[in-house]
Design a protein around this ligand. Structure first.
Ligand code: HEM
Length: 537
């Protein structure tokens, strides 16, 4: 089947076909039976017990009893909005992804912004990383860019994700605190897992208390691949740049707002869109040629490293406009299922061991969160292009597959879903040559934990540095364990001695010793240009 270009309104039209308006309608049961009385249960006598035969009472209460689904295991609190994406000029040289070819095509998108650590009802303005997940409903299927507002991550390997999350979620004995960064277990994790040093610097910076979802950058974090029609591959990192610029709260504001209006970010976005204000982000890409993979003194597969923008510039390639609030929070924002493995031809993965684990995790968690294997049929998750295969049955199946043939290969069905070739738009994985021994290990090229953390610190203005110092003093000051506090001071001394000393003084820890500079110098021709991180400004 030929793919057809999508229209900006195609997702809205699809969602509209599922909407129901109760306004002015006579009430019925879910079976369509008209209800005569919605205020009284059926009883044996006016003052007597309720009767088991009251199917309406049972239906109503049963539905209510089951209205909640599990919240996301991380990123539970969020807010989603609709919009569209348009590429500025064809990216044909770099990728065959169709939604990146034609500047006249408006690809519908749904974006969910989130905090990471708090539960679904937690406050918006806490110090935390923010999720920035985008679903592009393209003519070739859904493409999800599931990113954060910080360009690096705490850990290098997916096997450590449960440990990281256990350390920052509320403590298991008493479920406090909600804030990601304010307890012993988180800082104990950081001190004992020094690969987190770079991300911790970002988390203590103003980036972790954004002014608005409209004023945050977004990052794909991992290295992905672009693949063009000729099969040539390049490494790519994705960036979202807000047209309103990057703005943050100051900590005092963030705390006060959290008390007065815990829905601050959600309200800000909802109201901006209701008032017709443009909420716009430009999409940028950094690209590295395959042959350049080993040119840098960081490993491009290491998700705790960014690509300095002075060395590898961000090419702005298109713009996303967010312009419509959902009709129903649960149906759309709560049920949306993002997955970094939702890709289209022309976009592929790298061997980043964090990304590789994510490719398993999202569908796995959604299987339970959304109640079975058919969550792709939930309206918000449906592609706007047709989908056909031999999968059927399972909890909550909505599609009625007409054919008795649900296996491949067969001789009984002429139009059995044969695979398409790459030329016909079939997804073909990039044929990277891979060789190696099966080992449970990590590459030595992942072992520099501090150069970029130091680079980040050095790129800050004096005011930004003051904010970071105050954040460390506040957050680590809340840690009860003196030993953990000392370990954090020692770790931070590898990033900046003065920062560590200021932290030590404020929390009464021992002053850190001068550290061995060889652990923090940069050696690559690329990085030795005293790169400042433009994005950090
Ligand atoms: C949500 C796992 C790293 C961004 C989630 C969810 C899981 C998960 C299980 C809940 C999904 C759902 O219930 O629908 C993991 C694992 C990671 C990892 C195992 C590392 C091994 C990352 C990284 C980023 C990220 C590095 C950013 C680049 C997000 C976002 C969401 C999310 C934005 C929320 C999606 C939404 O709005 O529904 N993650 N994650 N995660 N993750 Fe990750």
């Amino acid at each position: 089947q030929e793919s057809k270009p999508v229209e900006e309104t195609s997702k809205k039209k699809q969602l509209d076909s599922f909407t129901v308006d109760n306004n002015g309608q006579k009430m019925t049961t879910n079976q369509g039976l008209k209800v005569s009385d919605d205020e009284n249960s059926l009883k044996a006598g006016k003052r007597g017990p309720s009767l088991l035969e009251d199917f309406y009472l049972r239906e109503k209460i049963m539905h209510f009893d089951h209205e909640r689904i599990p919240e996301r295991v991380v990123h539970a609190r969020g807010y989603g909005v609709h919009g569209y994406f348009q590429v500025y000029e064809s990216m044909v040289e770099f990728t065959k992804a169709k939604f990146l070819q034609d500047p006249t095509v408006k690809t519908p998108v749904f974006v969910r912004f989130s905090t990471v650590a708090g539960s679904r009802g937690s406050g918006d303005t806490v110090r935390d990383v923010r999720g920035f997940a985008t679903k592009f409903y393209t003519e070739e299927g859904n493409y999800d860019l599931v990113g954060n507002n910080i360009p690096v991550f705490f850990i290098q390997d997916a096997i450590k994700f449960p440990d990281l999350v256990h350390s920052f979620k509320p403590e298991p004995n008493n479920e406090i605190p909600q804030a990601q960064t304010a307890h012993d277990t988180f800082w104990d994790f950081v001190a004992n897992n020094p690969e987190s040093a770079h991300m911790v610097m970002w988390a203590m910076s103003d980036r972790a208390i954004p002014r608005s979802y409209r004023m945050m950058e977004g990052f794909g974090v991992h290295t992905f691949r672009f693949v063009n029609k000729e099969g040539k591959s390049r490494f790519v990192k994705f960036h979202w740049k807000p047209k309103l610029g990057v703005r943050s709260l100051v900590w005092d504001e963030a705390q006060k707002i959290a008390g007065k209006d815990p829905d601050f970010h959600r309200r800000d976005l909802y109201e901006a869109i209701e008032m017709g204000q443009a909420v716009e982000f430009e999409l940028g890409v950094q690209m590295i040629e395959e042959e350049e993979e080993f040119r840098f003194d960081f490993d491009i597969l290491d998700p705790t490293k960014l690509w300095p923008e002075e060395v590898i510039p961000v090419k702005i390639i298109g713009k996303m406009t967010l312009n419509r609030n959902p009709d129903n929070y649960f149906a759309e924002t709560e049920q949306v299922a993002f997955h970094p493995g939702n890709v289209v031809p022309g976009i592929d993965f790298s061997n980043d061991p964090l990304l590789q684990g994510r490719l398993f995790s999202y569908t796995d968690t959604q299987l339970i969160r959304l109640g079975g294997p058919n969550f792709h049929e939930i309206p918000i998750n449906r592609p706007v292009c047709p989908f056909h295969n031999n999968q059927n049955d399972g909890y909550h199946r909505m599609t009625i597959n007409k054919s008795p043939i649900s296996y491949h290969k067969n001789s009984l069905q002429n139009n059995a879903p044969e695979g398409a070739t790459a030329e016909e738009g079939g997804y073909v994985h990039y044929q990277e040559k891979v060789e190696g021994r099966k080992v449970r290990a990590r590459s030595d090229s992942f072992s520099d934990y501090f150069s970029q953390a130091k680079m980040f610190w050095n790129s800050m203005t004096d005011v930004e540095k003051e904010h970071i110092i105050a954040a460390f003093q506040f957050e680590v000051g809340k840690v009860k364990s003196k030993s953990v506090q000392q370990q954090v001071v020692n770790l931070i001394s590898h990033v900046d001695l003065e920062l560590a000393q200021k932290l030590a003084i404020s929390i009464g820890a021992k002053m850190p010793e001068k550290v061995n500079v060889s652990t923090v110098t940069m050696s690559s021709p690329a990085l030795s240009q005293e790169s400042k991180i433009k994005s950090a400004k």
